[in-house]
Design a protein around this ligand. Structure first.
Ligand code: NDP
Length: 447
């Protein structure tokens, strides 16, 4: 009889956990995955996927508007939130089923219920104990909600997909990825949106010229911003909420959405009982192989708070499974990770910002920008300009950063990321013939 019930027990069936389970099972391991909610995790159930579908749905507002200048007459246009919401929910259900099939087809046992570590090889799931030679924690992260009076009256990105009706007014606290994305969505769908943030900036950490471009375009579209502000308390009114700020001012709204970052999901995992150490950010501390302070326990994805992006968690889960169960030790390469914000218009970025490059490469850095009005926007009479920026190490001529805001920027950026990751030079960009007429041709025409 085997020493343990399973070779691997994964806690959390999100992006990292499902990938690790599937690959480990493929290597012949006996695998179980514990999940307390729905298989698929944040990205599939209440993150990237439903968000992107809402972004598509919302963009029709402008597309239908612009269509007139292209000769189309659209009469009786009307938006129905329930239709979009329910269709998105149905697609999430479909994907949830596919994820479950993937686990089943790979002979991974699904254990439904909350998991708690009992010792270095034992996990309690919904009152039943299971043993495993190796345990992987992949519980992800959850939205941070501040500790202030009335905070419970706000919702998070978990609930925003299920709103019973389209809010007339929405305040979004925070100005990072989630805030700017949902500001775009709900503004286009017709809500009166106000973004409030503690600092005087949006998308901190992004190339400032692009963040500023998004701010200017968003203001012109009619999204409100209240920057440099501190929320003091949230008051529940008869038909809405009243937000009180430390400067004595207040705003009323129907919905308050917290988008202030995400914190690792550690609650009730029993980490302290088993001795799994945390790092200075309060996330699970892991070494380069994703091993925690307890040798038989590993962790991947947002619960380690390295880079909170789905593809990173997937790579970590895959490398873990290959290393521990496939005899092929691998480590994740965290260099040049592309990232996008699906705001309106969207941003894409890979590599260093100009400021980061200057701190690494000093005055050698050369910067190229293209500030242009996409052809489609010109005919549509839409006064929105795109901005592309290449950051080049002057001593090697390598393109060390590419940043863009404009229509389809994330789609274009993924291809540019290959060039940046490969260390191609500005001369090699310039050697490439332009593909005309496109927006992306600007990438090889910056002189
Ligand atoms: P972000 O870290 O992107 O932004 C957080 C925002 O909240 C910032 O504006 C920040 O202000 C503000 N903030 C942070 N802490 C506090 C606090 N204690 N009090 C008041 N304000 C605060 O977080 P999000 O929630 O938007 O997203 C979480 C993560 O999820 C992202 O970092 C990203 O990794 C991932 N994600 C990725 C997406 C994508 O790839 N497209 C989409 C959605 C999420 P400031 O910085 O100005 O000080």
């Amino acid at each position: 009889m085997a020493e343990f019930d399973f070779d691997l027990l994964v806690i959390g069936a999100g992006s990292g956990g499902v990938r690790a389970s599937r690959i480990a099972a493929g290597h012949g391991a006996r695998v179980a995955v514990a999940e307390e909610y729905r298989v698929g995790g944040t990205c599939v159930i209440r993150g990237c996927v439903p968000k992107k579908l809402l972004v598509y749905g919302a963009h029709f507002a402008e597309d239908l508007e612009d269509a007139r200048r292209f000769g189309w007459t659209i009469e009786g246009k009307r938006f129905d939130w329930a239709t979009l919401r329910d269709n998105v929910a149905a697609e999430v259900d479909r994907l949830n089923g596919l994820y479950q099939n993937t686990l089943d087809n790979n002979r991974v046992t699904t254990l439904l219920g909350h998991a708690r570590l009992i010792d270095a090889h034992t996990v309690d799931v919904a009152g039943k104990q299971h043993t495993a030679k190796t345990i992987l924690i992949a519980t992800g992260a959850r939205p941070f909600v501040p500790d202030l009076p009335g905070a419970e009256h706000g919702i998070t990105s978990n609930e925003v997909f299920h709103l019973p009706e389209l809010p007339r007014r929405m305040v979004i606290a925070g100005a990072g990825y989630i805030a700017t994305e949902f500001a775009g969505v709900f503004h286009e769908l017709g809500s009166d949106v106000t973004v409030i943030n503690r600092s005087d900036t949006i998308l901190r950490g992004w190339e400032p010229a692009l963040a500023d471009r998004l701010l200017q375009i968003s203001l012109a579209k009619g999204i409100n911003f209240k920057l440099n502000c501190r929320l003091e308390r949230v008051e529940k009114l008869e038909g809405g909420l009243k937000l009180h700020f430390t400067d004595g001012k207040s705003i009323e709204t129907d919905v308050l959405l917290w988008a202030l970052g995400r914190v690792p999901n550690l609650d009730g995992l029993g980490l302290e009982d088993v001795g799994v150490a945390l790092n200075e950010k309060g996330a699970i501390a892991v070494d380069a192989e994703n091993r925690t302070s307890v040798p038989s326990i590993f962790a991947v994805g947002d619960v380690t708070d390295k880079v909170q992006l789905t593809p990173v968690a997937i790579r970590e889960g895959h490398a873990f499974a290959d290393s521990q169960f496939g005899n092929t030790p691998r480590r994740v390469d965290y260099s040049a990770i592309p990232s996008a914000v699906f705001s309106n218009p969207p941003l894409g970025s890979v590599g260093m910002t100009e400021a980061e490059a200057r701190s690494v490469h000093g005055h050698q850095v050369r910067v190229f920008t293209s500030d242009f009005r996409p052809m489609k926007n010109v005919l549509a009479g839409r006064n929105e300009r795109a901005l592309y920026k290449l950051v080049v190490d002057g001593s090697t001529d390598r393109v060390v950063g590419a940043h863009m805001i404009g229509p389809d920027a994330p789609e274009i950026l993924q291809a540019v990321a290959i060039a940046v990751k490969a260390g191609l030079t500005k001369a090699q960009f310039d050697d490439t013939m332009a593909l005309h007429p496109t927006m992306s041709e600007e990438l090889v025409l910056m002189r």
